[in-house]
Design a binder for this molecule. Structure first.
Ligand code: FE2
Length: 337
C-alpha cells in the first residue's frame, strides 16, 4: 500500500475507527481495484425510549476510542507509525460527539506528525456509495436522521435541489418508533412492523416543488387512536408508504430536469428495504442506474470518513479550518476529485 488513512466517525450514536489503504499510482483515482477498506470497526450506542442524550453519547465515544483504535489497526494489519493521515467527521452532527472524534483525531495527528483531514459527514456518505457502485455523476438522495436532501454535482460542488423543510426522514421514523414503543424504538422497529400492515391510512402528503416536509405526518400520527398491534402495523405501513412516496416524487422531478444517468441512495435510512425498492423502480422507469451501498456502508461508518479523507489528501484539498461544525452543509465543500 502506498497510502494508509485512518478515519474516525463520531457524529451521533455511532463511534468508529477505520483504515483505508490505497495502492494505485500517482495519477490513478482511488477505485475498488486499487483501494480497500482494511478495517471498519464500529460501536453504536443503543437506541432507547428516551432518545439520545448528547452527554451520554460523548461519554460512550470517549471510552470507546482506545479499544476501537487498537482493533482497527489490528484488523487492518497496520501499525500506527505506518499511517499517512488521520481523517475525522467535521460535521454536521451533535456537538458533543463531534468534539470527541476531533480531539482523538487531532491528538493522533500531532503525535504521529501526519496531516489531519476534516471530512464532511454527508459528503462521506455520498463518496463511499459512489466508490463501491462506480457511480460517475449521479443524482444523490441522502436520507438520514438529521437530514434528507436531493442533490447533484455541478461546477465542483454538490448542489442541493430539494431537501426537508423541517425534520429528516430518519428523525420522523425514529420518533414514531419511540412514540409507538416499538422494539427497537426506531426506524428499524417501524420497518419491521410495517411488514404486517395492510391498510393505507390517510396521512398528510407534503411535497413543495423538489422539497418536502415530514413534521405534519408525525403530528397526524400522534393524534390517531392506535390501540392494537394491527392498528400500529397499519400506521407504520402508511407512514413509510407516504413519507417514502414524497421522497420518490421529489427525486423523480429532479431527475427529469437533471437527466443524470445514475441515482445514488445513501445515508442511514438507505438501509430500508422498502425505500430501496421504491427508488429502484423509479430509477428503472426513468432509465437510470440505481446505486446503493451495502448495509455496513449505509449506516454511519468510519470507512467512509477514511475513504473521503484519502480522496481529499490525493488532490491536496486539506482545509485549514479544523474545529468541527454542527451545521455545516455539503454544498460548502469544493469537490476537486
Ligand atoms: Fe450519517
Amino acid at each position: 500500500m502506498t497510502l494508509k488513512v485512518l478515519g474516525v466517525e463520531s457524529t451521533a450514536h455511532t463511534f468508529g475507527v477505520s483504515v483505508v489503504g490505497f495502492s494505485g499510482g500517482k495519477f490513478e483515482k482511488p477505485s475498488p481495484e486499487n483501494t480497500r477498506v482494511l478495517s471498519n470497526i464500529v460501536d453504536k450506542y443503543p437506541s432507547s425510549a428516551q432518545g439520545y442524550i448528547p452527554r451520554k453519547l460523548a461519554d460512550h465515544h470517549s471510552k470507546s476510542f482506545k479499544r476501537l483504535f487498537a482493533n482497527a489497526l489490528e484488523v487492518a494489519g497496520v501499525r500506527s507509525c505506518e499511517l499517512d493521515a488521520v481523517a475525522y467527521s467535521f460535521g454536521p452532527g451533535i456537538g458533543h460527539c463531534l468534539h470527541v472524534g476531533f480531539v482523538a483525531a487531532q491528538s493522533l495527528s500531532e503525535f504521529l506528525e501526519i496531516p489531519l483531514i476534516p471530512v464532511n459527514h454527508a459528503l462521506a456518505h455520498v463518496e463511499i456509495t459512489r466508490f463501491f457502485c462506480g457511480a460517475c455523476n449521479p443524482l444523490v438522495v441522502y436520507v438520514s436522521g438529521g437530514n434528507s436532501q436531493i442533490m447533484a454535482l455541478d461546477a465542483g460542488r454538490y448542489r442541493v435541489f430539494g431537501e426537508t423543510l423541517d425534520i429528516g426522514v430518519g428523525n420522523l421514523l425514529d420518533q414514531v418508533g419511540r412514540f409507538l414503543e416499538l422494539d427497537p424504538p426506531d426506524a428499524l422497529g417501524v420497518e419491521r412492523l410495517a411488514l404486517k400492515g395492510t391498510k393505507l391510512l390517510p396521512l398528510p402528503y407534503s411535497v413543495k416543488g423538489m422539497s418536502f416536509a415530514f413534521s405534519g405526518l408525525l403530528t397526524a400520527l400522534k393524534k390517531m387512536r392506535l390501540e392494537t398491534v394491527e392498528d400500529k402495523a397499519d400506521a407504520c405501513f402508511s407512514l413509510q408508504e407516504t413519507a417514502f412516496s414524497m421522497l420518490v416524487e421529489a427525486s423523480e422531478r429532479c431527475l427529469c430536469h437533471s437527466r443524470n444517468s445514475e441515482v445514488v441512495l445513501c445515508g442511514g435510512n438507505a438501509r430500508s428495504n422498502r425505500l430501496k425498492e421504491m427508488f429502484s423502480l423509479m430509477a428503472d422507469e426513468q432509465g437510470a442506474r440505481f446505486c446503493v451501498a451495502t448495509h455496513e456502508f449505509n449506516g454511519d461508518n468510519p470507512g467512509m470518513i477514511a475513504l473521503t479523507g484519502l480522496l481529499m489528501l490525493r488532490v491536496g484539498a486539506v482545509p485549514a479550518e479544523k474545529a468541527p461544525q454542527q451545521r455545516i452543509r455539503i454544498d460548502s465543500v469544493k469537490i476537486g476529485w
